[in-house]
Design a protein around this ligand. Structure first.
Ligand SMILES: NC(=O)c1ccc[n+]([C@@H]2O[C@H](COP(=O)([O-])OP(=O)(O)OC[C@H]3O[C@@H](n4cnc5c(N)ncnc54)[C@H](O)[C@@H]3O)[C@@H](O)[C@H]2O)c1
Length: 340
């Protein structure tokens, strides 16, 4: 399939490396507002270089577009591509506001093309192992969960990017950018969230960023409640921890390691496959499988698990957590319809 990519920065290299080795994929173009970046990608991976998405779609008529631009551009670019009859695979986050979510829903509804969202960590072998264990019934019902993301982002990460750290372009910080994957895994493993009560703070980059460097939340699911904590003020990028307190065991996951802890204190570490990450270690190892699956779904005209409907509960929960933090009270997922 004729495939193009917009936004030739850090994560684009991971997408391009996967696409280059994908059977039936012809890379036809790269676009970036910094033309040298598009040129560098075209020279390395093939296709032509463009200075804008519009120009590239007009000239190349791709069947699939990968969106790897800053957060605020995901929805306008996805809507534009869908309106031009192009399948879209977009990086996270899918949206930065309730208004964008409504726009995206409308565009997806009107289009006969697919929109897939890159929550690649669902494809990590240890996550799949936990998903299968839960489905087997061996662990029993999930009664509670805790999730911790403790990472390190310092001033240059924000000041050198041109878009991170600003509410208008990044849409938030520690949650929407760094820990949204872990939030997505909670939803993927536990199910439908019901309400959330959240708090945000900026502890270590006051005056440098206007987004949060810390998000803390209580999340109520139908039969379980979770505590969630994410910070970018830690000294290093440690593996996120997800622990599921189940009827018959505790499942502790620190990718790539899974540990089962039984009520009598015995512990078991099931063997899980380890795949080397393509980019930075904390991006996880799922990009390859996630992108392969999307292209296969398009090619065979079958549903893709991470179309908008498959990731909508995560998206709504993320927006509700920000809304709760802003308003200072709990927010029901069913009632969240704020936006200017
Ligand atoms: N899934 C993951 O694990 C993961 C990891 C890293 C980044 N990401 C996501 O990928 C996206 C990009 O992140 P990044 O770290 O690569 O950022 P980046 O700043 O390195 O790259 C963004 C690129 O987009 C280009 N760009 C900006 N405006 C544009 C426009 N109007 N038209 C064309 N190009 C434009 C920039 O020039 C830059 O080259 C973000 O949404 C981020 O959250 C996801």
């Amino acid at each position: 399939m004729r495939t193009a990519l917009v936004g030739c920065g850090g994560i684009a290299a991971v997408h391009a490396a996967v696409l280059k080795n994908l059977a039936d994929c012809e890379i036809v173009g790269f676009a970036d507002i910094i033309p040298e970046r598009a040129q560098r990608f075209a020279a390395e991976y093939g296709g032509n270089a463009y200075a804008s998405l519009e120009e590239m779609l007009e000239a190349e008529k791709p069947e699939v577009l990968h969106i790897c631009t800053p957060h605020y551009l995901h929805v306008p670019m996805a809507v534009y591509a869908l309106e031009h009859h192009v399948h879209v695979f977009m990086e996270k986050p899918p949206v930065i506001s309730w208004q964008q979510l409504a726009q995206l829903e409308e565009a997806v509804l009107k289009s006969d093309k697919k929109l897939g969202v890159c929550f690649q960590n669902r494809y990590n072998p240890c996550v799949q192992a936990v998903k299968e264990l839960l489905a087997s019934g061996e662990a029993g019902k999930i009664k509670g969960a805790r999730a911790f993301v403790t990472w390190n982002r310092q001033t240059p990460y924000y000041t050198e990017s041109g878009w991170r750290g600003s509410l208008a372009t990044e849409g938030g910080g520690a949650l929407i950018n760094q820990s949204v994957h872990t939030l997505d895994l909670l939803v993927y493993l536990i199910g439908q969230p019901v309400w959330t009560d959240a708090v945000i703070a900026n502890h270590h980059l006051k005056g440098i960023i206007e987004v949060e460097d810390m998000m803390e939340a209580n999340i109520r699911f139908a039969d379980a409640s979770a505590v969630f904590y994410a910070t970018t003020a830690y000294c290093t990028d440690d593996a996120p921890l997800i622990e599921l307190f189940c009827e018959n065991m505790k499942i502790r996951m620190e990718d790539p390691r899974v540990e089962l802890i039984y009520p009598d204190g015995t512990r078991k570490v099931p063997e899980t496959k380890v795949i080397a990450p393509l980019g930075k270690g904390y991006w996880g190892s799922g990009h390859g499988s996630c992108i392969h699956d999307f292209h296969d779904a398009v090619k065979n005209n079958r549903p893709y698990p991470q179309e908008l409907n498959g990731i909508k509960e995560t998206t709504k929960l993320m927006l509700a957590m920000y809304e709760s933090a802003r308003k200072g009270h709990a927010v029901q997922l069913t009632e969240t319809r704020e936006e200017k």
